[in-house]
Design a protein around this ligand. Structure first.
Ligand code: CTP
Length: 416
């Protein structure tokens, strides 16, 4: 494939070097078109050496060759990574004041932008509107990852890992190639629950948890990329994760995934069981509340001055995973759970995971350590995979997408 890799001026430009190397390793011809400010971060010789092609920023560098038209028309795919807020604004306005913007106007192939910037800039109304306009025009804008940004701050705005950008971009041009993603879930129906349940206390309050839904959504996306027909049961996803699902679904059916939104454990249970009757695999990645308020009044609970807080009586929720594992909605169904553990005086993360694996009876349990910035809300994860007897059958760490693929690798081995 002939790929144009646009690089704009942000600190994440160094990751464009890794993306370039990856695309070249996969056998693609890549021509890098940096902006002037991108070259403040990475020098042209680096791009030239790794791509084996000349690098220029200006339309006037090769006037007789009418480079921008030749490059734009000859490309199978344009990827701009990182795409700065300034670059997206210029793309929206149709400016053509350097080789990259001019080439973009001439290109007729799929265009993928991978934005990277500080959270405040990404959230700014101008950027939101520019991203929406670009998406309306058919440009595929990848959701930025969440995590460590330049300096000490963290949040959405981080450039996704080069592997994730390459996979998402290549899947637009040739969904079956998808950077050699195996279609080992083709024809399989899978249900994935994601997010965290909310148990209503009254019409305005709830008991909830910190799950963002990132791991569950990564599982749904990975399964769809591997050919599965996916139902995502989404419980109160974080806003940027919801945006990510919408963006993926908007991209011409690329995510073969239907989404059922739920709030409480009762709703999640009904949705998972309804979709689960037909499913080959059910993955319970949602953080489900163990208890719910015994009663939910229709009216807001009022504070009575001088009387202190009224106690909230809790009752136990059904254990959806254990029910699925013990009942088996379909005899040959593979049931997968997650065990979010912190470890304590009575045992390590893995000890608790083993006990849980045996108690729940699922075919596979992915044990991960949570708390103090780990697991919830971050873009990376680390899990140990246990079978129903509590024996270790695998280990995975990396982005939530990489962990998701490792889980599916293990599931595929269990499928009849
Ligand atoms: N789970 C479930 N229904 C519940 C509670 C949990 O289906 N009522 C599922 C989760 O989706 C996850 C697995 O069970 O796949 C383990 O969840 P976790 O919260 O780690 O375990 P609990 O059973 O709640 O045990 P504990 O809170 O004591 O660690």
């Amino acid at each position: 494939m002939r790929i144009l890799l646009g690089v704009t001026g942000g600190i994440a430009a160094y990751k464009a070097v890794l993306l370039l190397r990856l695309l070249r390793e996969q056998g693609h011809a890549v021509r890098v078109i940096p902006t002037r400010s991108a070259l403040e971060f990475v020098g042209a010789p680096t791009f030239e050496a790794l791509s084996g092609e000349p690098v220029s920023t200006e339309v006037f560098d090769d006037v007789p060759g009418v480079q921008h038209v030749a490059l734009g028309k000859g490309a199978d795919l344009v990827i701009v990574a990182p795409a700065t807020a300034d670059f997206m604004a210029r793309a929206v306005a149709g400016l053509a004041d350097d080789l990259l913007t001019t080439t973009l106007l001439a290109a007729r192939c799929p265009v993928v932008l991978a934005p990277a910037m500080h959270t405040e800039m990404w959230d700014h109304a101008a950027t939101r509107s520019n991203v929406a306009t670009l998406r309306e025009r058919g440009v595929h804008v990848i959701e930025p990852a969440s995590g460590r940004l330049t300096g000490v701050d963290t949040g959405p705005g981080r450039l996704p890992e080069p592997e994730d950008i390459a996979r998402e971009a290549l899947s637009l041009v040739d969904p079956s190639s998808v950077g050699a993603v195996p279609q080992d879930l083709a024809g399989r129906r899978v249900v994935v629950s994601a997010g965290g349940t909310r148990e209503p206390i009254d019409p305005v309050r709830f008991i909830g948890n910190r799950s963002s839904g990132r791991q569950g959504v990564a599982l749904a996306q990975a399964a769809a990329a591997r050919g599965a027909d996916v139902t995502l049961v989404a419980a109160n996803l974080a806003q940027d994760v919801t945006d990510q699902v919408d963006a993926a679904r908007g991209a011409a059916g690329r995510l073969a995934c239907s989404v059922v939104s739920v709030e409480s454990t009762a709703e999640l249970r009904s949705a998972v069981r309804a979709a689960g009757t037909e499913a080959d695999v059910v993955v319970m990645a949602a953080a489900v509340a163990d208890f719910r308020p015994a009663a939910t009044p229709d009216a807001k609970i009022k504070k009575v001055p001088g009387h202190g807080p009224a106690p909230i009586e809790l009752v136990e929720n059904p254990d959806i995973l254990a029910e699925l594992a013990h009942e088996r909605l379909r005899s040959d169904q593979v049931v997968v759970g997650f065990a979010a553990e912190t470890g304590d005086a009575s045992g390590s993360v893995l000890d608790h995971g083993r006990t849980k694996a045996r108690r729940k009876g699922a075919d596979l349990i992915a044990v991960n350590a949570v708390g103090s910035g780990r697991g919830f809300g971050t873009d990376s994860n680390e899990v140990t995979l246990l079978d129903g007897a509590g024996d270790v059958v695998g280990h995975a760490s990396g982005t939530k997408r990489e962990v998701a693929d490792a889980v599916w690798d293990a599931v595929v081995k269990l499928l009849p």
